[in-house]
Ligand binder design. Sequence first.
Ligand code: DGT
Ligand code: CA
Ligand code: CA
Ligand code: ZN
Length: 579
Amino acid sequence: MTNRDVAEILRQIAFLLDMEGVEFKPRAYEKAAYAVEALEEPIAEVYARGGVKALEAIPGVGKSIAQKIEELLLTGRMAYYEELRRKYPIDLASLMGIEGVGPKTIRALYEALGITTLDELEQAARQGRIRQLPRFGEKTEAAILRGIEFLRRHGGRFLLGEVLPLMEDVRARLAALPEVERVEIAGSLRRRKETVGDADLLVISRRPERVMEVFVSLPEVEHVYERGETRSRVKFRNGLDVDLRVVPRESFGAALQYFTGSKEHNIALRRIAERMGLKLNEYGLFRGERRIAGRTEEEIYEALGLSYIPPELREDRGEIEAARQGRLPRLIEYGDLRGDLQVQTNWTDGANSIEEMALEARRLGLQYIAITDHTRSLAMTRGSDEAKLLEQVAEIRRLNRRLTGIRLLTGAEVNIRKDGTLDIRDDVLAQLDVVGIAVHSHFNLSRREMTERIVRAMRNPHADILFHPTGRVLLKREPYEVDIDEIIRVARETGTILEIDAYPERLDLKDEHIRKAVEAGVKLVIDSDAHHVGHFRVLSYGIAQARRGWARREDILNTLSCEEFLAHLKDGRKRRCRA
Ligand code: DGT
Ligand code: CA
Ligand code: CA
Ligand code: ZN
């Protein structure tokens, strides 16, 4: 039973309790799911080490949930969960994945029409049977069909943040074999694309058959499609396909270059080689029969008259031309962040206290974080009103006096109302160090209305950062309609910072938008959107996205010291980085 399996069961319980209309409890199960998923240690080991007490010590996991997890670990079953499942014998795993179809809807559809699967739901919607139900209309029916279509279209791809840690772990296990001289991740994963179709591994080994034997019998493997001398292909239990190739040492660079892609980048590169009278393939760069490069990627790019192109840029979006002219940007590096400007705590829907978040951020080497809990109109997160925010400001001041090595900034993730006003009064916003603004409601406005709404909010003199600017949820929800060019223009005019939300299912802004912002001279920040101490590590996905958007260190304001960062805010010059 992996952490992910346990988290999935806790999430399903939250959903089932929401179906029942139970209050508060579902949020406790959701928090616990986050917590278990973010654990670095396998939960079975946590339990083996310290029993139910150790489970309870996981922040976000209370006593009653700890006992249920214990039962699950010991017996492989959980009576509470099974009882809920008996009441609603539906295909939860897939029905939960449809965006815009909540627990109450699923319950109503089950009770009225006996719908238990995705296919049944789709059929009922297509036959127009849903619109006939009380409180359901044509609009809901259409929304359900859109949700199903989206799920089908994006099904089969995986989030970078889901696959990268898994594959780095697999890589490390293979690298530890005495028969393996080198092993690297290639493909879209190496390019740090936001979603990946499959994972690609390259290995140098004198004993390929032994490597293949270990690879196809990894505990993650559910099915072996192909097992060969130099190539094997398997399916992991989570549904991910993984390719492994063993290649000769003298052409490893060529193979790494070829299998990193993208395909479009490779085609453009091959054309350059041809124009020079050379041939480029996965075995090397050749003049006639003679290999003139191939041991490393660097020597291939050099032989083609190009500076080295970082994998994140290899999408044939102008990087080859820039490399030829020596104009590639010096990208932000993975260790460059000093702060994080979007952090949620247990004051609203986060799992940890302000202090716990601060200590973990410090441990990871961050110098400052802004506490940005949700504000009131987001009722389900128990959002702060003015009084609660000011109370939190006082608490943060106290903590700042006590803590060393980490600076807490006061802040909030303030809702942009439908009309573009903010749901916290200006006189209170003026007292915060950092004000993030975000759209969390009315996603279906027209492009013009949505753009005007956000622009109005950006013009608020206290609005420092536009959080997750397009509102997308990868593999789940399309971004809302918005004129991003206009947002970038207004950001430049008003000095509003745009966020790259690093949370794996957001990665919002996306790479192409980041590039536009960078070209327009708009400043950005990379935030974790952490709801749990385990979430700070997602910052690296935000950096990857920034690199894919050609961002340099100087484009990303939280590479600066706290003082310098604050000086970039609209009224930041008034502030000092102390308690
Ligand atoms: P994915 O898996 O859909 O997220 O994307 P990739 O880029 O990992 O694509 P994949 O796994 O099909 O192939 C890995 C790399 O191999 C790809 O990025 C470039 C290279 N490659 C695959 N097929 C071709 C091809 O037909 N021509 C060229 N030039 N390169 C190819
Ligand atoms: Ca791939
Ligand atoms: Ca592949
Ligand atoms: Zn948010």
